[in-house]
Design a protein around this ligand. Sequence first.
Ligand code: USQ
Length: 402
Amino acid sequence: MRILVIGGDGYLGWPTAMHFSAAGHEVAVFDSGVKRRWEARLGVRALAPIASLHDRVATWKAVSGRTIHMYVGDVGDRSDIAAALRAFAPDTLIHYGEQPSAPFSMIDADHAIETQANNVLGTLQLAFAMRDLTPDAHLIKLGTMGEYGTPNIDIEEGYLDIEHNGRRDRVAFPKNPGSFYHLSKVHDSNNLMLACRLWGLRVTDLNQGVVYGTDTDETARAPELATSFHYDGWFGTVINRFVAQATAGVPLTVYGEGGQRRAFLNIRDTLQCVGLAAANPAAAGEFRVFNQFTESFSVGEIADRVAAAGRALGLSVSRQTVPNPRVESAKHYYNPKNSALLALGLAPRRLTEDVLKDMLAWAARYARRIDPRVIQPTVDWRLGGGLAVADGARGFASAGSR
Ligand code: USQ
């Protein structure tokens, strides 16, 4: 396959590019570098030092003998994305090129608008470019399980068969996301569904759960190939944050009672899932939705598991109850389906104590780089998204979350 990884400089994009390159595919990364600018704005950095995209690509060539082509550009810029599609002529596009953080999108009106403009308009630009330049290519778009929210019914994969007033139909599963970031992915799904219907595009929407993990077979091959593992209150996801907190001796930041349940998967299973989607493309005109996760846990269960793994390594791990800065149900029904990827052959990795111990051992190597100032959450969902100017670029700290 000729695979273009949009957002190929990110936490998932860079390991994905190397994974497909190692498997013998022709791979290109496309990235504007904007995530690095957002990190600079917030004053955060990944836990392991991150090489420039040029150095990553050069190191990959040195260790694997394989070339990853590189396009520095913005997916929301018509000439940038058109130039890459013309030059590389991909048959598969994997689109990670979006602002990935819910807290970032809730800092204030500017960050909500920036998130939605970047994500929604970038993806729309890509859809038109694909229609005009690579109409037969397969787009694999990273969406989120958070599009669904936490409904009181089972979560199907993208669609729901309903009977209403004696008639039956298949409709898009109702979406009820909890942040302007998650909502941007709902808008993407709607735009791409229309693009498939109008133009016959092939799209797989991967509604992904919360990813955890520090490395992959390829990132482990050289320090310059490390992926951008975040633990801060903006870009860090919950398991990765708890691992860094346990490493730094900071009590685990459980928001509220910790009863909120989410779907999770290992970063290595992200690669597996994207690989399965690429090898089994959607049909022309099909907007196919897979729920991409392997297990679900409550936040409290995650804290217990990280604490147990930490103690097994001799760390003293405690937890704090942080008044929840988000607006989300504390206790709720949660039963999402993930049968499509399992049917294609997904072999799930579990969040075992050994996996967590490996993550903790990896984090310990960079313990000196953990900045305690960026661990506590500072973005309050109730205050964020308003018109008030943020307190610096970092947004408001609610009294409860300081
Ligand atoms: N949480 C805590 N303590 C923390 C951080 C988070 O209790 O220190 C809780 C949150 O309240 C939430 C849950 O953990 O209930 C998950 O939060 P998260 O920050 O790990 O994940 P989220 O904001 O939902 O977003 C992440 C990724 C996003 C992806 C999404 C999948 O950043 O790109 O789309 O996971 S999902 O959650 O299924 O929507």
